[in-house]
Design a protein around this ligand. Structure first.
Ligand code: ARG
Ligand code: ZN
Length: 844
């Protein structure tokens, strides 16, 4: 039976907790957990506790035993009449970490005990009010023969076999963490702005220490940045990070004890790419920033998830822009948002950043909650200005420290700090769907009139879409390339609205949506030479890139639907390559053709039916045309962009390598992988090795390289994940499903490990033409594996169901095959609540 939770049903918890005390006796098959919780009544009501899969041995109120049989499945209710106003609830339960393959609650990863409690994992550990608005200080005793025993907060005592931890900051159960294992740390320290010393440790398996340094450096940069940018200081004596190999998501911000997927901690030149380094820095920052935005101020209920996630993503994006290149970061973020969130918003899984109902909250850790949640904050900041934003954030921290809050609280601090009425703006939080912005231009006697229309298509459960506040940042570029109007922000609030610009000498070209000032799609008439003008002269890096990208996209769509296309883009590339050396990362971004998925999305948005095979073929053809047209320049840049000397994972080196690999990708279409083979053999860093390997796979010249790679890295799980992933992702579509099937049969396809599963199965679903193979083999293969994983790990299975969220945009044959595959999954006996919710929504 499925139960839907509604935002409207939230009620305050009747009790507050003065302290939570936990004692763990760890054993793989039978861990004992004793708890004592000091409750104090705040409102009328029964005591309701959550528990899942617990063997309840004893229960008591103020030491008076209760019958353990009173616990029903999932809930323990003690009527108000049996309870004094203040009392201690105690319980003793037994749990089985080794059987916990779902990786929720307390589990084992490579012999190490670790936890993941967000969102509702703590109920798998003991009876508790497992909801984010119930906060308490924790005192935790861990007993185990493992040498390193960690929990939240500050260490109280530590002796062989036992450690005691105390976390003075009241927190909800989802921020609880415990780790016990044979671990080693690299250690450092940080002195806060108030002069307090904080001990820092990054804990890894013995042997991995030499790959943990970058995570530590990133942590120190994060701590410094949050002081400087937000005035936020760390608040405990220690900060621990632990890397674990089996983890459903990226990382977790448990108070004082962040737990990370090892792929977001471990890095060396030989094993990690520039992209990995950038992600490590960003996610270390993200989890650290949660200490204030998430932990000190948390969410009242899980509907408010974007309160902490949208804000913390926004903060980690700011951090990365400050550490690296703001322009490049913005373009990357827009690319991710389009690829993941626009896609989600356009399909059956569309939901608002703050949903108002769910069956399984783990299905709502989405691009909409995270990335669109961050975009909404970016819009707010643009509307109220940098000073207004700072005042609002200061007020937020002042007013709400120690509380569990809502989006209404968040909006109120902006209203109070700036005097603005944000009633209409709030729709961005409550309404799903991506507005489509249409621009019509009128030019007369030196006056340019811009008329905008906004429209949002209906989304599941939300047929009506009233207009939203859209900040439209724009500039005007004269025909000679000079900027005649610097960035100006128009505030659109109506369904249709006009803005006038007077006193212009000649008709300018509108540089629209600078900095991607709102998460909307844009429809406008613009000639190819005007786009080329923007690409050459716009002062806004995002708008420049977008102009080139649109040129390429229009060309590709023309081709994919049978016409000629791409010539204007190819011409524009010429100018770009001439000064590529001054901005290699930007040039690389412009050289990258829109992906097949994006082409399909755009065709569908324009009312067409995308043909995955044609899209693939035409994109390949355009890449070859561009390579042929610019071969000398590409070949020269490929040589010039070498990065001599030892590898450094900084933005400058990464920029040069990205351009080098962009050139290699194009050149490989002409030289059949000769350069790629040479680079694969010669490169000493993983960025270039993986880049070269991907070119070799696409060129079908990969046998020796893959074998060599596997020999060299068979002992390194993270690198072998790449080996699985690139083969499924980059194999030519007609070979990819067979290749994936073959790889899935290997003994080292350790499919219960989420990273490995995602590498291979996720790699295939991201290979657009392979996943959408006309014979349905991509769909069938994927569903076979989802059915196998679901009983073992529902969370990861359910998340991967979203590969199917676009199924209705394809032709009838593909639709029938996708529906059949999804139907098999839906009909599976014992299908998890997680996956059931996803399949039902996707098929609805
Ligand atoms: N709060 C984590 C973050 O930093 C995400 C953890 C979510 N985990 C889960 N199983 N839902 O974004
Ligand atoms: Zn987060």
């Amino acid at each position: 039976m499925t139960v839907t939770q509604y935002l409207a049903d939230w009620r305050p918890y009747p009790f507050q907790i003065a302290e939570t005390r936990l004692e763990f006796d760890l054993a793989p098959r039978a861990t004992r957990v004793r708890s004592q919780i000091d409750f104090r009544r705040k409102h009328a009501g029964d005591l309701v506790l959550d528990g899942a899969g617990l063997k309840t041995l004893a229960l008591a109120i103020d030491g008076r035993p209760l019958d353990p049989q009173r616990a029903e499945a999932g809930r323990l209710v003690i009527p108000a009449a049996e309870l004094p106003d203040a009392f201690t609830f105690s319980a003793e339960v037994e749990i089985d970490p080794e059987a916990n393959t779902a990786l929720e609650g307390l589990y084992l990863s490579g012999g190490m005990f670790c936890t993941q409690c967000e969102a509702e994992g703590f109920r798998h550990i003991t009876w508790y009010p497992d909801r984010p608005d119930v906060m308490a200080p924790f005192r935790v005793t861990v007993r185990s023969d493992k040498p390193v025993l960690l929990s939240n907060g500050n260490p109280v005592s530590s002796a062989p076999g036992q450690a005691v931890w105390h976390d003075p900051w009241p927190k909800p159960a989802y921020l609880f963490a415990l780790v016990a294992g044979d671990l080693v740390a690299i250690s450092d320290s940080f002195t806060t702005m108030a002069g307090r010393a904080v001990a820092l440790n990054v804990w890894v398996r013995p042997g991995d220490q030499d790959r943990a340094g970058y995570a530590m450096e990133s942590l120190i940069r994060s701590m410094k940045w949050d002081e400087e940018a937000y005035g936020r200081e760390y608040d405990l004596d220690v900060f621990n990070i632990v890397a674990v190999d089996d983890f459903n998501m990226g990382a977790m911000e448990n108070k004082g004890l962040n737990i990370f997927n090892s792929k977001l901690v471990l890095a060396s030149a030989e094993t990690a790419t520039d992209g990995d380094y950038e992600r490590i820095e960003g996610v270390i920052g993200h989890e650290y920033f949660h200490n204030w935005t998430g932990n000190r101020i948390t969410c009242r209920d899980w509907f408010q998830l974007c309160l902490k996630e949208g804000l913390t993503v926004f903060r980690d994006q700011q951090f990365t822009s400050d550490m690296r290149s703001a322009a490049v970061k913005r373009i990357h973020d827009v690319q991710t948002l389009r690829a993941r969130q626009f896609r989600e918003d356009a399909g059956p899984l569309a939901h608002p950043p703050r949903p108002d109902n769910y069956q399984e909250i783990n299905n709502f850790y989405t691009a909409t909650v995270y990335e669109k949640g961050a975009e909404v904050i970016g819009m707010l900041k643009r509307l109220v200005g940098d000073d207004g934003y700072r005042r609002a954030l200061d007020l937020y921290f002042d007013r709400h420290d120690g509380q569990a809050c809502t989006i209404e609280d968040w909006i109120k601090v902006f209203e109070d700090a700036t005097g603005r009425d944000l009633t209409q703006f709030k729709r961005w939080y409550t309404d799903a769907g991506t507005p489509r912005l249409t621009l019509a231009e009128n030019w007369r006697d030196g006056r340019l009139t811009l008329t905008f229309r906004q429209e949002t298509a209906p989304t599941p459960g939300q047929p009506e879409k009233p207009p939203r506040v859209i900040p439209i940042a724009l500039g005007l570029i004269g025909p000679n390339g000079d900027e005649v109007l610097p960035t100006t922000v128009l505030e659109m609030t109506e369904a249709e609205q006009s803005f006038r610009f007077d006193g212009l000498g000649a008709r300018p070209v509108v540089s629209l949506l600078r900095g991607f000032s709102a998460p909307v799609t844009v429809a406008r008439e613009i000639a190819a030479d005007e786009q080329a003008l923007l690409l050459a002269h716009d002062t806004d890096a995002y708008a420049r890139w977008q102009a080139g990208h649109d040129l390429a996209l229009d060309g590709l769509i023309a081709r994919a639907t049978g016409a000629e296309g791409g010539a204007a883009f190819s011409r524009a590339i010429g100018g770009l390559l001439d000064d590529a050396e001054t901005g290699p990362a930007f040039a690389a971004l412009c050289l990258a053709l829109p992906g097949e998925e994006e082409i399909a999305t755009t065709i569908a948005a324009r009312g067409g039916i995308p043909d995955p095979d044609a899209i693939h073929a035409r994109r390949e053809a355009l890449a070859r045309d561009i390579a042929r047209a610019h071969e000398p320049a590409l070949a020269r840049l490929y040589e010039v962009m070498q990065t001599p000397g030892p590898y450094r994972p900084d933005a400058e080196g990464a920029a040069r390598r990205s351009l080098r690999l962009a050139c290699l990708g194009l050149l490989s279409r002409l030289d059949d992988g000769t350069r790629a083979e040479a680079l694969f053999g010669a490169a000493s860093n993983m960025t270039e090795r993986q880049g070269a390997l991907e070119c070799l796979i696409a060129a079908g010249r990969d046998e020796a390289a893959l074998a060599g790679f596997a020999r060299e890295f068979s002992g390194n799980r993270l690198v072998m994940d790449k080996w699985f992933m690139v083969q499924a992702l980059r194999a030519a579509p007609e070979r990819a499903v067979a290749r994936a099937r073959e790889l899935a049969g290997r003994p080292d396809f350790d499919w219960m490990n989420p990273n490995r599963f995602r590498a291979l199965i996720g790699g295939l679903t991201a290979n657009h033409a392979a996943f959408h193979a006309a014979d349905g083999s991509g769909y069938a293969f994927t569903v076979d594996w989802l059915m196998r994983l679901d009983p073992v790990n529902p969370q990861t299975t359910a998340r991967m169901c979203s590969a199917f969220e676009t199924w209705t945009r394809y032709d009838a044959g593909r639709q029938a095959r996708a529906r059949a595959a999804l139907g098999r999954l839906a009909a599976m006996k014992g299908l998890s609540r997680n996956s059931a919710e996803m399949v039902t929504r996707i098929l609805a």
